[in-house]
Design a protein. Structure first.
Length: 190
């Protein structure tokens, strides 16, 4: 995609990992990224660290973007979708929200957005992530290539049919956290 503008809805740890990865690898420039975050302190931190535009207005951020990434906690995604239904119409939308299928998102948005579901994992925070992209996406080819470049900046990328995403979430998405807890317990015991 030429002149791509990325909006991240949510500015938590995974959104920050994505920011760091795409900016360090030059997949995006700071001026082409907007983060929508409700916490003023978090907006200030992300703006200072990465020189990206930050706002608390999702409508404003989405309108200015060519691709919107949903990076909020799964329990608040429904409200975000309801609030932004008209703004996300006919847009490229990427969701990293666990548990939300593309069908559920499409139903909430009314079916006009082009969708991709992705399950990254926490090692993305150090550039060693494993992101699984749904092969069943509805993005255009240029949008899919841009999304692939975003997640490639965080580590390895694999495409699988969405029907495998429950297993992907359990093993790849959550597995590293369990391994970390195990290692931490060993260290504490030692």
């Amino acid at each position: 995609m030429k002149n791509e503008r990325l909006t991240l809805i949510g500015g938590g740890n995974m959104a920050e990992a994505i920011l760091r990865g795409i900016l360090e690898s030059s997949v995006a420039e700071p001026g082409s990224v907007t983060v929508c975050e409700i916490s003023p302190e978090r907006r200030e931190t992300l703006s200072r660290r990465y020189a990206v535009s930050c706002t608390d207005s999702s409508a404003q951020a989405i309108e200015a973007s060519s691709m919107t990434m949903l990076a909020v906690k799964p329990d608040v995604l429904g409200g975000v979708l309801d609030e932004n239904r008209q703004h996300l119409a006919d847009k490229a939308v990427v969701s990293i929200c666990a548990g939300w299928t593309m069908a559920a998102i499409r139903e909430r948005l009314g079916g006009s957005a082009r969708l991709l579901r992705v399950m990254p994992n926490t090692p993305a925070m150090v550039g060693e992530g494993m992101s699984v992209l749904s092969a069943d996406h509805t993005l255009r080819d240029d949008e899919a290539a841009y999304a692939h470049s975003i997640f490639s900046a965080l580590g390895r990328v694999l495409s699988l049919p969405e029907k495998y995403f429950d297993a992907v979430t359990a093993v790849s998405g959550s597995g590293p956290a369990y391994v970390y807890l195990f290692i931490e317990a060993l260290a504490d015991g030692g």
